[in-house]
Design a protein around this ligand. Structure first.
Ligand SMILES: [Zn+2]
Ligand SMILES: [Zn+2]
Length: 345
């Protein structure tokens, strides 16, 4: 780092850089690289390689397509039953989604935090999940996060699915995609969902950091400085409604109920996997399933950077990116200092 940067207001000294680095356990190679799909100039070869990689095809598309298929083929009430808003099928969907969440978030929690099967290998933050802190329900981060996830998160998730299946059953949606007639479109919609969700997430997340909305709603999610699988969907109900609303796009395009399930599960179960606090599940030291992103872990630590996720580079385009390096941290602190200066004057 140059002397100039060190002397800038808010820039960390070498000593504070070292102290900062010491708070982290596993960090991926820095600076963080985003997903090479929406980049300029285009890098088609890298983009294609990414789309068939372990990180995307192996850890996003295939597993979430499988859970969506499981839900659709084995755990879905017939559409004609959904024509009327009745408690029986609605509660069935709630129970199914609660079961899926318990399986994914609960399973990851047991694996990483209860039985510590992976120790601290690929764990981002050295600290453990919080106990004895009164900001959490029952002074326990995990119990608190489970309460918000199950009581509010799964309810709002189910409500969006109910809305779509009720509309499908009554033929109210203008478009219905028949996979046999449009097989290519059917596959492309799946591929597009994580990228659309990324775009939606960046903008609603910036909105959630608008001070009044932050105080009312988003502060609940941000009580989690450190993350575990139950932290992902641990949000205020207002944030659940806003965050999960990305699925509404399906009312405007040719789409199939399987896409709705995939989209909702990607947002809900994907929040659990991406907040696990570990980068990946490993086997003999090698990642076999990619879970979390250091990019979002940094957002939970610093709050005013990395509003998006790595699928689209909105933070780079809007100057809010923290690529994990001490230089980026210095820049964030400099901007924070500048933002606060007029208020202090
Ligand atoms: Zn988060
Ligand atoms: Zn935030």
């Amino acid at each position: 780092m140059s002397t100039d940067t060190r002397s800038a207001p808010g820039a960390p000294s070498e000593r504070s850089n070292a102290a900062y680095a010491a708070t982290w356990g596993w960090r991926p190679p820095l600076p963080l690289q985003g997903v090479p799909v929406f980049v300029w100039p285009p890098r088609p070869r890298e983009a294609l390689r990414y789309l068939v990689s372990l990180a995307f095809m192996g850890s996003v598309m295939v597993p979430f397509a499988l859970t969506a298929a499981l839900a659709w083929f084995y755990l879905q009430p017939p559409l004609e039953r959904c024509a009327e808003l009745r408690a029986d099928w609605i509660l069935y969907l709630f129970a199914r989604n609660l079961g899926l969440m318990l399986l994914v978030a609960g399973g990851l929690h047991l694996f990483f935090y209860t039985f510590r099967r992976q120790g601290t290998e690929r764990k981002f933050d050295r600290r453990d999940l919080e106990r004895g802190n009164r900001k959490f329900f029952a002074s326990n981060q995990v119990w608190d996060n489970m309460l918000y996830t199950c009581a509010s998160g799964v309810t709002v998730w189910t409500a969006y699915e109910v809305l779509f299946f009720w509309a499908y059953a009554n033929d109210w949606l203008p478009f219905y995609l028949d996979p046999a007639a449009h097989p290519v479109w059917f596959v492309l919609v799946f591929l597009a969902i994580p990228f659309w969700a990324s775009l939606h997430f960046y903008f609603i997340h910036r909105l959630l950091h608008w001070r009044p909305l932050y105080r009312i709603a988003h502060a609940v999610h941000h009580r989690n400085d450190n993350l575990g699988p139950w932290s992902g969907l641990s949000m205020h109900p207002i944030e659940h409604v806003i965050y999960l609303s990305s699925v509404l796009i399906h009312a405007l395009f040719l789409t199939h109920p399987l896409h709705i399930l995939f989209h909702m599960q990607w947002n809900a179960l994907g929040a659990a996997t991406s907040h696990t606090g570990f980068e990946s599940i490993t086997f003999r030291g090698r990642p076999v399933f990619i879970l979390g992103s250091f990019h979002h872990q940094l957002h939970h630590r610093h709050h005013d950077c990395n509003y998006g996720n790595p699928y689209m580079p909105w933070d780079r385009w809007f100057g809010s990116d923290h690529d994990g390096t001490p230089e980026a941290w210095a820049e964030i602190r400099r901007r924070r200092h500048e933002r606060l200066r007029p208020a202090r004057a």
